[in-house]
Design a protein around this ligand. Structure first.
Ligand SMILES: [Zn+2]
Length: 264
């Protein structure tokens, strides 16, 4: 791998995104946009892990280790440089994979009357809304075949959480909403657990880029509430996907614009 390719890989994988996917949550903000938090590389009790998102570098005052995202992956996964690169490349490949899966689910929605009937029953009717939220349906078959045909190895599908250990679609019989770096699945059947996400972060506030310019925002906890409001013409709505805001979501709300937020 050339120097240029290495730099590209590092650019495509912001250290902060990688850390957050490993459930690292920065809480102490320092000057110049840097963050201090518990070190994920050793048993840390006092925040000693300094992360600089603008430089894409970390340093731990506890264990004395530091470097870029590749160095982090080496230490964290206890692998050598080439394996660390392979892991990072695989991680970078996840987003296109999720997009392919979401695209497959979208194609299925209108082929399954039970799925459309469920949406209607929840009040979601507008084709513009379904297009806007890219709502899909997981019929339970064919996803694995579709994705492996596109060249994604089964092992990657399992690692991503799209396919169960037994090889079945993990979102079977769910309405699927694509998120950034994740998928939300709502079960049609009362017998299955109602909500499903992939491992890792649920991401920031839903469709934040589209609402951040509004001085007044409506914040809801549930995507179906988002859908109903959006459908009714309230486009300044966003969703936290749960009762608690994560760090990223807090930061988004306090990004410098004085948002007036109504919680519904
Ligand atoms: Zn450390």
């Amino acid at each position: 791998m050339s120097r240029k390719e290495l730099d590209e890989l590092k650019q495509q994988i912001p250290l902060r995104d990688y850390l957050e996917a490993l459930a690292w949550r920065p809480t102490r903000r320092l000057s110049r946009g840097r963050w201090m938090e518990l070190c994920p590389l050793h048993d840390d009790h006092q925040p000693s892990f300094l992360m600089d998102p603008s430089k894409n570098l970390f340093y731990c005052y506890g264990c004395g280790r530091g470097g870029d995202v590749i160095r982090f992956a080496e230490i964290y996964h206890q692998v050598h440089f080439p394996q660390a690169l392979a892991l990072l490349r695989q991680w970078r490949g996840l987003e296109p994979l999720l997009q392919q899966a979401a695209g497959f689910y979208r194609m299925q929605l209108h082929r399954h009357t039970a799925a459309v009937a469920y949406l209607h029953q929840r009040g979601l009717r507008s084709p513009e809304l379904i297009e806007h939220m890219q709502i899909g349906y997981a019929p339970g078959g064919c996803l694995r075949g579709w994705l492996t045909q596109l060249g994604y190895p089964l092992q990657l599908l399992r690692q991503a959480g799209l396919v169960t250990a037994a090889g079945y679609d993990a979102y079977a019989h769910r309405i699927v909403f694509p998120l950034k770096g994740n998928l939300y699945g709502r079960s049609l059947s009362a017998a299955a657990p109602p909500h499903r996400f992939l491992w890792g972060s649920k991401g920031g506030l839903y469709r934040w880029e589209q609402v951040r310019r509004y001085p007044e925002l409506i914040l809801v906890e549930v995507l179906f509430d988002y859908a109903l409001l959006w459908q009714a013409g309230f486009h300044q709505v966003t969703c936290s996907l749960g009762t608690h805001l994560n760090t990223r979501q807090f930061q988004q709300l306090s990004d410098g614009t004085a948002h007036r937020v109504s919680r519904l």
